[in-house]
Design a protein around this ligand. Structure first.
Ligand SMILES: Cc1cc2nc3c(=O)[nH]c(=O)nc-3n(C[C@H](O)[C@H](O)[C@H](O)COP(=O)(O)OP(=O)(O)OC[C@H]3O[C@@H](n4cnc5c(N)ncnc54)[C@H](O)[C@@H]3O)c2cc1C
Length: 460
């Protein structure tokens, strides 16, 4: 192996073959970063479907009709990677087995199997939506949404069968986005959620705001009710809950969670965490030599709890991909991933809902003696038209250190939550946040922004 430092400070390695498994956010970020740092590398990306480089987060907006076609979500075509960046992108190529001892992979493509060697391997196999094996889960019209292929099938079904009523199983953020999407399409929409929370963290007044918004747009939501069966004749007709209630629907979207695609790694003897996702160190190295992992298939350090957790989200996937690509290309010193604080935002009709850090129960589970404060304030100066209320919940420990934040309101939520996310990254107390000098002008914020006011509610 040769190491050549160019005049631009780039490292060129030759006689190297980097293989990346998975062609969406993390995989292509890794391949592109490796290419940038190592122009002489042979880089192969294996993607088992026919779709690469697209924004999965936009799928609900194609289903709603806001974005007219799935193709709009494509960031770059396969030719872009092949011709502009000399990345050997292989579609419909599934990695079936890894042989770490001989640094090779068994791959199936177009019905034929072959073995390919690697010097470094990046696993970016992502996650799969969970489809609970309930009676009738295989009826036509029952969907999980995770990748482009499933969205294509769902859209074709809607076009062909013209459903009038939809049931969403699970009130996670994807379930909420899909409820809005189906309602926009004019379907009678019902969400059935087994817990008493939305987005797995929001309860109480914050949850109630989301419920009011859904009901104002004719979306029904039922908490504490578990779906036990899907019924129909070849095609879905109704959902049955454990209370014996039947809800008529011609289309179902199951959004009860996702699971890491880690079987390939596990079968090769790589260490998995308690979550079932791949264990990596800060440099995204797995337990096997020359094998890295990035994105939704692996665990990540949670900066608030200090634990390694599984938190599958888009921005961390891309960032981990860059770090992995750099390290697989031999970056010295190795780049390290700083970890996540779990920041996530969702639009529910005209409401913005966001969370970062730990919820109260998550904080308690992580061993914190956690307390909660809530505050409701306006988003603009009192005299300025168009102001809206924003409801904030902060979770803190006994020293006043911020552990988590949740916000619901009609404007400025998704950006305001980022201030708390930044505070969580560096471990600030509510008192320290209260001293921030934040932007003020009547159209954007009151003199003392709701971010600051909420920190005062604790009396710290
Ligand atoms: C509807 C929806 C909305 C979302 N909205 C948001 C949002 O608003 N904000 C946010 O942060 N995140 C959001 N996400 C999550 C985000 O899309 C994911 O975190 C991100 O796509 C993860 O990227 P990844 O590359 O790790 O995995 P994936 O996107 O899952 O890609 C993995 C790829 O690997 C391929 N693969 C798997 N196994 C093999 C194999 N053995 N051989 C070859 N190829 C293989 C798969 O086919 C897949 O294409 C959303 C996801 C969905 C589904």
């Amino acid at each position: 192996m040769f190491l050549i430092q160019t005049e631009h400070g780039r490292i060129i390695l030759s006689n190297e073959h980097l293989v990346v498994v998975g062609g969406v956010a993390a995989g292509l970020a890794a391949a592109m970063e490796a290419r940038r740092r190592a122009p002489a590398f042979d880089i192969t990306v294996l993607e088992k479907t026919g779709d690469v480089s697209y924004g999965a987060c936009g799928l609900p907006y194609v289903i709603s009709g806001l974005i007219p076609a799935l193709e709009r979500l494509i960031v770059h075509t396969p030719e872009y990677f092949r011709e502009r960046h000399q990345i050997n992108l292989q579609l419909n190529a599934e990695a079936l087995e890894i042989f770490p001892a001989k640094s090779s992979l068994r791959v199936r493509q177009d019905g034929a199997e072959r073995e390919i060697g690697y010097t470094n391997l990046v696993l970016a196999t992502g996650a799969a939506a969970i489809c609970p094996p309930l009676p009738g889960h295989d009826l036509a019209g029952v969907f999980v949404l995770r990748h482009m292929r499933q969205a294509r099938q769902l859209l074709a079904y809607m076009h062909e069968r013209r459903p009038e009523a939809a049931v969403i199983v699970g009130a996670g953020y994807i379930g909420l986005e899909l409820a809005e999407a189906f309602a926009h399409r004019g379907l009678r929409t019902t969400i059935i959620e087994a817990s008493d929370k939305v987005m797995s963290a929001l309860d109480g007044r914050l949850r109630d705001r989301v419920v009011e918004e859904l009901r104002a747009h004719n979306v029904e939501i039922n908490f504490g009710e578990r779906v036990v069966a899907f019924e129909g004749h070849g095609q879905i007709e109704r959902v049955v809950t454990e209370q014996g209630r039947a809800v008529e629907a011609q289309i179902i979207s199951i959004g009860v969670g996702v699971t890491a695609n880690a079987a390939l790694a596990a079968n090769a003897g790589l260490e998995l965490g308690a979550s079932g996702a791949i264990v990596v160190d800060a440099a995204q190295r797995t337990s096997a030599a020359n094998i890295f992992a990035a994105g939704d298939c692996c665990e990540v350090l949670h900066r608030v709890s200090g634990r390694r957790v599984w938190l599958p989200l888009g921005q961390p996937a891309v960032r981990q991909g860059w770090i992995t690509g750099a390290n697989a290309a031999g970056a010295q010193p190795a780049l390290r991933y700083a970890g996540v604080v779990g920041t996530n935002a969702v639009k529910v009709f005209d409401l913005e809902v966001a969370r970062t850090g730990l919820s109260h129960s998550e904080a308690q589970d992580a061993g914190f003696e956690a307390a909660v404060v809530e505050d409701e304030d306006y988003t603009r100066a009192g005299y300025y038209p168009g102001s809206a209320k924003i409801l904030t919940r902060l979770i803190h420990d006994q020293r006043g250190r911020l552990l988590g934040a949740q916000m619901v309101g009609r404007e400025g939520v998704a950006q305001r939550i980022d201030v708390y996310a930044a505070a969580l990254h560096v471990g600030l107390t509510l008192e320290e946040i209260n001293r921030f000098d934040l932007a003020y002008a009547p159209p954007f914020a009151p003199t003392i922004d709701p971010i600051l006011r909420a920190t005062k509610s604790s009396g710290q």
